[in-house]
Write a protein that binds this ligand. Structure first.
Ligand code: DMJ
Length: 934
């Protein structure tokens, strides 16, 4: 393989763009040209305020980066609660999420080009020297190919791109001689063995030292990968090829993309979430724009922008057409089945899809981008952050939030496209929330639960790679950035690749691609990057007019089950099918409908009622399909109800100096004692009980009197501990796990059960902390002696008067906590664990399903039979308000169908066998989705 001469044959002068490359640049440029179009609308933000916010972003970045460098480097990531580095193998495994960690100083590499964007050139120079001096890419660690590509290869290439730009300017980086690029090439070669499959799709993981095949590799047995994992390589691999002249990288990435394209579901033009890398069969046949698929679509469009290859645009447009037809239900984006795209596969959305409005801006399809972004913003206003997943009626589905940048990304692109100062206000809210809820003395901590405000001991590298870039650029004027951002494209990790690569080392131009398209179909340009002068010709309030009808979409929504309804019924004026949430077993009309749908009601001996469907007994195939949907909803509702019977997590917030409420620990609730959700929180200083296990009368009542007692788990019942500390005068208790190293990051939520007897005598609140979270309090006592905490159901706002007391040195004091200071305790364990509400799922109720292939069954308990299950949901609303959104969705759906002769309800009427086969697939898909980690 020939390689273009090392020392940046592309080094000191930036090549001129070829004519088509100007098209690519124009595609990127169309994002920014609208800023000058705006003359009216929401009040503009003054230059001073924008600068103030920009400076705030810089200060926040310093806080995150500075703490990483001081307390974590050379580890991959900072653990901001315990203020130390996360070193793989030294912390309890968190599963797949740890596959991003390769002992290669991930956060430093991911931050390189952010330093330049934020005008920290000197720090960039230092950081590059550190990478070259310290980073080893040859560790015996199994890493994710996808994460290593987007974060490390992308980070090195972004760093290289800006290093050569700076060198050319003549002031900084004069010593630089393509060293980052050489590292990138070394890493590229390390990833190549992953592509050794007949399909050309890469294995999901690789051992950096031993590759795939060697016995020491400890990987290579996987059969499946996610679509995004296989389809998010082209930008970095093509850039590597073009920078170095080694064409193999681009070739491999193209081959993987070609294979995915071939495997798209031909009638819907959608792709599934996971695919078998050997056979090419879809493993998960659900399809959306979020987790598992997201950046595959992003890279098709951006590959066109960067590489100018029309076939990528063709593919993107074909998929986009399918997304807008099936998945987009503005303002929602809902997953569907690839082979049955008119049926939703889920009733919830994940946070990763928040990047999609940004991609729609790049595409030039602004309206749905504005709509979805507005819906997401309202969810954020409700919970301060976007929960990892939320339902179609905007309830929290997965409560964590690892400081993801996707929403900030879309906000930036929408501002660039519309110039509407509204998006600056959105950015301001994001900054405020980060400082208010996620900032801790040693960095920024992910949210463990957006409902309680509790933290997780993690600060992912993408927070520095992406969040600060997008927030800074949102408020920056051209002169605030030392280079022209429009000369670059953002990778999915927001790394910057120069557009001039399009004309460099083009050995794999479009004529070599395997795409079946050779000619461009002009109609596909319908949605592509229109001139923004035409987009908002005479209407500077365009974006606002789109947002206006949606302004209460979240607050006024109702709990819903499956949204898509049978359009045909509405057109003919017939009643909509019976929804599971409306079903009442005492309503004769409902029983009649059940019968029509082939669903029978069986009263079990234990008093429960079981619903069984024999599709064959339904009055028609449409009734059979309604029955299937009804059963599916019933299973979801019953699973939801079981979840709701679990107690939610609680929060322990350290409010004394130097924490001032900024550290919030996830705590397990007790099934006895004061219910913190109903009563005011309890606040007090903490004191360790003697004996520490709290299993007998306390010998130090004077120390715990009026305080919150700390007790170790084990050796007696939780209720007994509670009684002993209560008798000693404690106003509350925190039980700390004695399993060394246990953490709420890795263990499901723990609920403390009573002792099987009457526990009404226990009136103080009791909470449970895993060992790691407990250690944070124990360390604080050692360091500061007087430690005050707040026990509550949800973290409370930091107190301004306490913040004001803070001395400049106090932050450093707490940062000085070292790993050695983290105490842990260990003794025997016993008693009752309960699964977290987040952990329980449809899967956990296999008994609800009949084993017979042709039958579908769900059980409901006697108490559920006559009640409307939705009454238990936390979201309430007025009838009129509910129907508004439903109608919107209905209308949208009808319009879609009416205007599209290819899509008709008739198409959805399937033979019974096929419906039953699909049903089984649905169940499998739901099971897998519930298990899936984002
Ligand atoms: C980032 O690592 C990338 O943006 C990726 O494509 C998916 N999302 C994470 C951050 O949320």
């Amino acid at each position: 393989m020939s390689e273009a001469g090392g020392g940046r044959g592309f080094g000191s002068s930036v090549p001129q763009r070829a004519p088509w490359s100007l098209v690519a640049a124009a595609a990127a440029l169309c994002l920014v040209s609208a800023t000058s179009v705006w003359t009216a609308g929401a009040s503009p933000m003054s230059r001073e305020e924008k600068q103030k916010l920009g400076n705030q972003v810089l200060e926040m970045f310093d806080h995150a980066y500075g703490n990483y460098m001081e307390h974590a480097y050379p580890a991959d990531e900072l653990m901001p609660l315990t203020c130390r580095g996360r070193v793989r193998g030294q912390e309890p495994s968190r599963g797949d999420v740890d596959d991003a960690l390769g002992k290669f100083s991930l956060t430093l590499i991911d931050s390189l080009d952010t330093l330049v964007v934020l005008n920290k050139t000197k720090e960039f120079e230092d950081a590059v020297r550190k990478v070259l001096r310290d980073v080893n890419l040859d560790n015996d660690v199994v890493v994710s190919v996808f994460e290593t590509n987007i974060r490390v290869l992308g980070g090195l290439l972004g760093g290289h791109s800006l290093a050569i730009m700076l060198k050319e300017k003549g002031e900084y980086m004069q010593w630089y001689n393509d060293e980052l690029l050489q590292m990138a090439k070394q890493l590229g070669y390390k990833l190549l063995p992953a592509f050794n499959t007949t399909s050309g799709l890469p294995y999901p993981r690789i051992n950096l030292k031993f590759g795939i095949r060697k016995p020491e590799a400890r990987t290579g047995t996987e059969t499946d990968t996610c679509t995004a994992c296989a389809g998010t390589l082209i930008l970095e691999f093509a850039a590597l090829s073009r920078f170095t002249g080694a064409t193999i990288f681009e070739e491999y990435a193209r081959k993987a993309l070609d294979f995915l394209w071939e495997k798209r579901q031909r009638s819907s033009n959608l792709v599934g979430v996971t695919i078998n890398i050997h056979t090419g069969d879809w493993v998960r046949k659900d399809s959306g724009v979020g987790a598992g698929i997201d950046s595959y679509y992003e890279y098709l469009l951006k590959a066109y922008v960067l590489l100018g290859d029309d076939s990528f645009l063709e593919r993107f447009n074909t998929h986009y057409d399918a997304i807008m037809r099936y998945i987009s239900q503005p303002p929602l984006l809902l997953d569907v089945h690839i082979h049955k795209p008119m049926l939703n596969a889920r009733t919830w959305m994940d946070a990763l899809l928040a990047f999609f409005p940004g991609l729609q801006v790049l595409k030039g399809d602004i309206r749905p981008a504005i709509e979805t972004h507005e819906m997401l913003y309202q969810v954020i206003k409700k919970h301060n952050f976007l929960p990892e997943a939320f339902t179609t009626d905007f309830r929290v589905h997965w409560a964590q939030h690892p400081l993801r940048p996707e929403f900030a990304e879309s906000t930036y692109f929408l501002y660039k496209a519309t110039g509407d100062p509204y998006y600056l206000e959105v950015g301001k809210t994001l900054i405020e929330n980060l400082n208010k809820y996620a900032r801790v003395p040693c960095g920024f901590a992910a949210m463990k639960d957006v409902r309680t405000g509790s933290h997780e001991d993690r600060m992912d590298s993408f927070f520095l790679a992406e969040m600060f870039k997008y927030l800074y650029l949102l408020f920056a004027d051209k002169e605030d950035v030392i280079f022209d951002i429009e000369d670059y494209i953002f990778t999915t990790e927001a790394h910057l690749l120069p557009l001039w690569l399009s004309t460099t080392n083009q050995r794999l131009s479009k004529k070599n691609t395997t795409s079946e398209y050779t000619e461009l179909d002009d109609s596909n340009f319908d949605w592509t990057c229109p001139n923004t002068q035409i987009l908002f010709p005479n209407d500077p309030l365009y974006a606002q007019s789109i947002r206006e009808p949606l302004k209460n979409v979240v607050d006024k929504s109702c709990p819903r089950g499956i949204i898509r309804v049978r359009e045909e019924s509405f057109r003919s004026g017939a009643k909509p099918p019976l929804r599971a949430r409306d079903f009442m077993a005492t309503n004769p009309e409902h029983l009649e409908i059940l019968k029509k749908m082939g669903v029978s009601l069986i009263h079990l001996k234990d008093g429960r009622v079981q619903l069984v469907q024999h599709a064959i007994q339904a009055a028609s195939s449409i009734d059979a399909e309604d029955g299937l949907r009804f059963m599916q909803e019933m299973i979801e509702l019953s699973s939801q109800q079981q979840k709701e019977q679990q107690l939610p997590p609680r929060a322990v917030q350290i409010v004394s100096h130097p924490f001032f409420g900024r550290v919030v620990l996830t705590a397990g609730p007790a099934q006895f004692g004061l219910d913190l959700s109903k009563h005011k929180e309890t606040r007090g200083f903490v004191a360790s009980s003697k004996p520490y296990n709290g299993c007998s009368e306390l010998t130090n009542p004077e120390s715990v009197m009026g305080k919150i007692a700390l007790i170790q788990r084990g050796q007696c019942m939780f209720a007994e501990k509670a009684r002993n500390i209560q008798n000693a005068g404690a106003i509350g208790g925190i039980v700390i796990d004695d399993n060394e190293g246990s953490s709420s990051d890795t263990a499901p939520l723990f609920q403390m059960a009573g002792d099987g007897k009457d526990t009404d005598d226990i009136t103080i609140p009791m909470l449970f902390l895993f060992s790691k979270e407990g250690s944070i309090i124990l360390d604080a006592i050692r360091e500061y002696e007087e430690v005050e905490v707040l026990l509550s159901d949800k973290a409370k706002d930091r107190e301004p008067e306490m913040e004001n007391e803070e001395q400049p040195s106090s932050e450093n004091d707490s940062q000085n906590q070292s790993a050695e200071q983290i105490a842990s305790s260990s003794q025997e364990v016993d008693l009752v664990d309960q699964e977290s509400p987040e952990e329980s799922s449809l899967n956990s109720h296999p008994e609800s399903l009949s084993p017979a292939d042709t039958d579908n069954a769900a059980s409901i308990s006697p108490s559920e039979q006559n009640s409307n299950p939705t009454e238990n949901h936390e979201t309430t609303s007025l009838d009129g308000e509910c129907t508004d959104l439903d109608n919107q969705l209905q209308e949208q759906s009808e319009t879609e169908e009416d205007s599209n002769p290819n899509v008709s309800w008739g198409k959805k009427v399937q033979p019974i066998d096929s419906i039953l086969a699909d049903w089984n697939e649905d169940i499998e898909a739901f099971e897998m989705m519930e298990k899936d980690e984002l």
